[in-house]
Design a protein around this ligand. Structure first.
Ligand SMILES: C[S@@+](CC[C@H](N)C(=O)[O-])C[C@H]1O[C@@H](n2cnc3c(N)ncnc32)[C@H](O)[C@@H]1O
Length: 272
């Protein structure tokens, strides 16, 4: 495993349900579904689906509830997979521990491969793309949700206040994960996927609305960015005070705090 993969595995082993709690707390703005539901609906009616970086199985559980027949997932974090294995909907799912760069599945085994907020973190994405192409049926679907550059409302304020603190963290304690244009922007994703035989992606930006009480938004913001975990207690206390003071002006009449994360859904097919 690479240094970034070790970092992600350790982080998610320590916080195995943090991502699904964050995503299930939000609703796509103007839509009412969670981001997991939007992604699952985009690949319907695929009945045979692999989730790369499946985490605690929240997305696979949506596929199971939608009637998918054969489900598989792969993740670096055993802690998250242990939670996925406890989900009754995933009793028959094939959940594997390992790297998306080395898929232990047969050629042409899946109608669709999906990945929610994980492809953008993967090292060596060309190898992942080639593996996805190998395990897909001809003209099979690859659909991913990746993080966008913008955040809105209190999430934006959180990042503005947090970034200088992230820079104070000594090098050896910083969050070590990969995030680059080739796996988070449309043109970069096309560059990575084309050599593996995929058509250019369709691209759908949307916002995950996390509006809630100020305390809840604070917690969700902390879980949204890996680097928050690297702050020491004093930095975290300073950030929390500044965040609650700075966002007071944003509160709605009923005391809630508007907040959101921007994401993009990219979808493509194998050309043959
Ligand atoms: C931000 S979490 C998203 C988890 C889940 N997809 C969700 O949205 O709830 C990113 C996940 O990708 C996994 N991951 C990152 N790189 C991976 C790789 N190369 N192979 C398999 N899993 C990977 C991490 O272990 C982590 O569970």
């Amino acid at each position: 495993m690479t240094a970034a993969e070790n970092y992600l595995r350790d982080y998610h082993d320590r916080k195995p349900d943090a991502m699904s709690v964050l995503i299930e707390s939000g609703r796509v703005t103007g839509d009412g579904r969670t981001s997991y539901q939007v992604l699952a609906d985009r690949v319907a009616p695929a009945r045979n689906v692999l989730d790369l970086g499946c985490g605690d199985g929240a997305l696979l559980a949506v596929f199971a509830r939608n009637g998918a027949e054969k489900l598989a997932g792969m993740d670096l974090s055993e802690g998250q997979l242990a939670l996925a294995r406890k989900r009754p909907e995933l009793a028959g799912a094939d959940l594997r521990h390992g790297r998306a760069q080395e898929l232990p599945f047969a050629d042409a085994a899946f109608e669709a491969v999906v990945s929610h907020m994980a492809f953008m973190l993967m090292d060596d994405p060309e190898t992942v793309a080639a593996e996805v192409a190998r395990v897909l049926v001809p003209r099979g679907t690859f659909a991913i949700v990746v993080g966008g550059p913008d955040s809105t409302g209190a999430t934006r304020v959180f990042l503005e206040l947090a970034r200088p603190l992230f820079r104070e963290v000594p090098e050896e304690r910083r969050a070590t994960y990969t995030k680059e244009r080739r796996t988070s922007e449309r043109s970069g994703i096309d560059e990575v996927l084309a050599p593996a035989g995929f058509a250019p992606v369709s691209w759908e930006p949307y916002e995950i609305d996390l509006t809630a009480s100020p305390e809840t938004v604070w917690t969700l913001c902390c879980e949204s960015f890996y680097s928050t975990d690297t702050l020491d207690e004093d930095q975290r206390t300073r950030l929390r005070s500044a965040f609650l003071a700075e966002t007071e002006r944003l509160r709605t009449a009923d005391g809630r705090l508007p907040a959101g994360l921007s994401v993009n859904l990219a979808k493509t097919r194998l050309l043959t």
